[in-house]
Design a protein around this ligand. Structure first.
Ligand code: BGC
Length: 659
């Protein structure tokens, strides 16, 4: 199928720039095939149809696995093919600037490289199945509070290095569409922001797909048109009339209109001509949901090897054990028909000789004292207690931010009181973002961060708790000691302008720069085995391209997977730079006693910062350190590296997209 813009009237072309309805593009009275846009990102979300509820993106990010990002994307795409969705409105690669953001569960990380890299794999996997994606929300949508009216005031370097960077990386997978954010950036709505949409996204990043508005994000269709927005969603006669008036007045030229309409026609063509492939059935997709979740679950603490369970009896307590929050609230909410099997049953199946009891759901009812008493009684009589606590899709949801990063107080009370009657407490936490655990973490033996792990979350958790799966997830965001310790403090962004005054010091970049203690650092996650790192070597390919190799050995007697992380430190930078920045990672599987040589590559961008004076990326000659670690605060190997550039290159290497 091929469409020519000249075959369409001015009215039709203008109508192409807004939806046909809430979810479909304009069809020109049957001249064009249907293109149906559906959310994303933790499964196909369609009000009318059931689909596989995959783990949320935050859990996927905790896998630190390109392979899992691909499996996740491919599984969701299969649902899209089977159920007729043409473009998946996902993934979102916005940075987790504050753990309060109600939508953090939909986003990957506080780190642009990790977010962009996993986002890229997810996009490739979806599109290889003939389903389009929408990389969202461009850009700097980092809070839900006042998202339609707030301006995020961000300096140029921070914008480039932190907030645009994950998009720049994910764009390498060529998403068919990009969705702009609701918020303003430096006083101009993202939908009307020529610098974002035209100068950067189109001209510098070379994006040639369709730029969509977020739903109802277009404030003024004419201004948005001028800034390069192609399609305002959902359908709106107001948009059409505004654009028609602008065209009739000569404010929009035929050339401009043809260019925008042609962009949309190309997308429709691509969708119509795609080879849509569904390779799985519902059961396989459910298994994939369990697999991704089991790699995304993070073992945060494990004293005295209490996990995996090897105990005569376990009392399971907490409503998440029977009714786990499988996702957060809002547009990513997937309708699944999967019936949860109670966690106690899943554990009993895997531990046939142990006595597994279910204490109570403890579901915050008015009877809560009575229920709590029942929970304590079962906890008191068991050898080990598993407490399943967390937030839910009301606390963590689109359109609102959290007010606290602590668990609901009644749950903290449950943990503290249970720990008084039983010394062997394991806590499983279900949440979409970081939790302040300081009130209780010292009183319990183990903590497992489940996240919002989708319909297969509790099966995956049962596998991890019983050792069927050795945990291999690591945190894609820092868990701070408390809210006041975070870069944005405990402020809620209540004004119409949010100043990003911490600059590039977001997440671990902030805690490192200010030497702050954290509860669990970025990249942290335990295993049932131990890994050692040795023999680091750097092989130079060019002045800015290197291969960094090292050996990782599984020192224990359990097979496991390790996420190896490579950070770069600029030792004497002329601008304020983070202590270190993630520039490479991989996840490897090792049998007991096995070792493997790992090689990660670095290129010029691994050393570069954004030079606001010259308007481009720059690598300075000078001293760098390459740090290999098991987390951002568990660096195992370090090597020094000197880069040098000749005088006629001004001792630096510059990249300017425009020249
Ligand atoms: C969200 C988008 C979503 C769209 C359509 C908006 O509220 O911000 O992420 O794709 O709705 O549901």
């Amino acid at each position: 199928m091929k469409f020519n813009v000249n075959d369409f009237t001015v009215e039709e072309k203008l109508k192409l720039l807004s939806g046909y309805d809430g979810w479909r593009l304009y069809m020109a009275e049957g001249k064009l095939p249907e293109v149906r846009l559906c959310d994303g990102p933790s499964g196909l979300r369609d009000e009318q149809q059931k689909a596989t509820a995959m783990p949320t993106i935050s859990v996927l990010a905790n896998t630190w696995s390109r392979e899992m990002a691909r499996l996740d994307g491919a599984t969701i795409a299969d649902d899209c093919v089977e159920k007729g969705a043409t473009v998946l409105l996902a993934p979102g690669v916005n940075i987790k600037r504050t753990p309060l953001c109600g939508r953090n569960f939909e986003y990957f990380s506080e780190d642009p490289y990790l977010a962009g890299t996993l986002g890229k794999e997810y996009i490739s996997a979806v599109q290889e199945k003939g389903v389009g994606t929408s990389l969202k929300h461009f850009c700097a949508n980092n809070r839900e509070h006042c998202r339609l009216s707030q301006s995020n005031e961000i300096d140029e370097r921070t914008l480039r290095e932190i907030y645009m960077r994950p998009f720049e990386i994910a764009l390498q997978a060529k998403p068919w569409t990009v969705m702009c954010a609701y918020n303003m950036v430096n006083g101009v709505y993202a939908s009307e922001n020529k610098k974002l949409l035209k100068d950067v996204l189109r001209d510098e990043f070379g994006f040639d797909g369709v730029i969509l508005s977020d739903w109802c994000a277009t404030q003024n269709a004419y201004r948005a048109f001028k800034a390069s927005l192609d399609v305002s969603m959902p359908a709106s006669t107001d948009h059409y009339e505004t654009l028609k008036r602008a065209y009739d007045n000569g404010w929009i030229t035929d050339e401009e209109l043809n260019e925008r309409a042609a962009n949309v026609l190309r997308l429709i063509e691509k969708c119509a001509n795609a080879q849509r492939i569904c390779a799985t059935d519902k059961e396989t997709r459910h298994k994939n949901a369990v697999t991704v979740a089991s790699e995304g679950i993070v073992l945060l603490k494990n004293e005295e090897g209490i996990l995996p369970f090897n105990t005569p009896s376990v009392a399971v307590v907490g409503k998440c054990a029977v009714n786990p929050p499988i996702g957060g609230g809002g547009s990513s909410n997937v309708h699944t028909d999967y019936k949860q099997i109670p966690l106690a049953e899943l554990l009993q199946e895997r531990m046939p000789t142990a006595k597994v009891t279910f204490g109570d759901t403890f579901n915050w009812s008015p009877r809560h004292t009575q229920i709590m008493n029942a929970a304590y009684t079962s906890a008191y009589h068991a050898d080990t207690v598993l407490l399943c606590v967390g937030t839910d899709n009301v606390i963590e949801t689109e359109e609102a931010d959290r007010e606290t990063i602590r668990l609901p107080l009644v749950q903290e009370e449950l943990i503290l009181r249970t720990a008084k009657v039983n010394p062997n407490v394991v806590v499983a936490v279900y949440a979409g973002s970081a939790i302040d655990m300081s009130a209780w973490i010292d009183k319990v033996k183990a903590v497992v961060f489940v996240g919002f792990a989708g319909e297969g979350g509790n099966e995956a958790l049962a596998d991890v708790l019983t050792g069927k799966v050795n945990p291999s997830g690591k945190l894609a965001e820092t868990f701070p000691l408390c809210l006041a310790d975070t870069p944005t403090g405990s402020t809620h962004g209540n004004s119409f302008v949010e100043r990003y005054s911490e600059g590039v010091f977001v997440g671990y970049r902030y805690y490192d720069a200010y030497e702050k203690e954290v509860l669990f650092p970025f990249g942290h996650g335990l295993s049932y085995t131990k890994f050692s790192y040795s023999d680091m070597e750097i092989a130079k390919r060019t002045e800015t391209d290197y291969e960094v190799s090292f050996t990782v050995k599984n020192e224990g007697d359990t097979a496991g997977k390790e996420v190896c992380q490579l950070y770069v430190k600029d030792v004497f930078a002329p601008v304020s730079r983070p202590e270190k920045e993630l520039k490479g990672f991989t996840k490897i599987a090792l049998a007991p006693g096995q070792s493997k040589r790992v090689t990660l590559t670095l290129d010029a961008r691994s050393f570069a910062y954004y030079d606001v004076v010259n308007g481009g990326w720059r690598v300075d000659g000078g001293e760098y350190e390459l740090l290999v670690g098991a987390s951002s605060r568990d660096i195992r190997l370090t090597e020094k590296l000197s880069l040098s550039f000749p005088e006629n290159e001004q001792f630096s290497q510059y990249f300017n997209y425009k020249t």
